[in-house]
Design a protein around this ligand. Structure first.
Ligand SMILES: [Zn+2]
Ligand SMILES: [Zn+2]
Length: 82
């Protein structure tokens, strides 16, 4: 089931709410933030502070890894092989 921040981000009727100063809650540190991105390994919406790295594989695909997944050696070797 998608998280609440997922709905805030993608429901069209919520967009204005967001623009009026609503914040997203990071699913890793629970801080409020205005920007969050989905970690491609644990699928949580994480804030910039929790995002460890991001890389662009081609023009359209951007991969994001959070600090928790970065600490997992199996996931990190996956990340290196992307
Ligand atoms: Zn965070
Ligand atoms: Zn993650």
């Amino acid at each position: 089931m998608p998280s609440e921040s997922y709905y805030k981000y993608f429901q069209p009727n919520r967009i204005q709410y967001l623009l009026l100063g609503d914040t997203l809650i990071c699913e890793r540190c629970s801080e409020q933030n205005y920007y969050s991105e989905k970690c491609d390994f644990c699928a949580r919406m994480v804030c910039l502070a929790c995002e460890k790295a991001a890389k662009r594989v081609n023009k359209t695909r951007r991969w994001v890894i959070c600090k928790d997944c970065w600490g997992d050696l199996k996931i990190r070797s996956k990340w290196k092989s992307i």
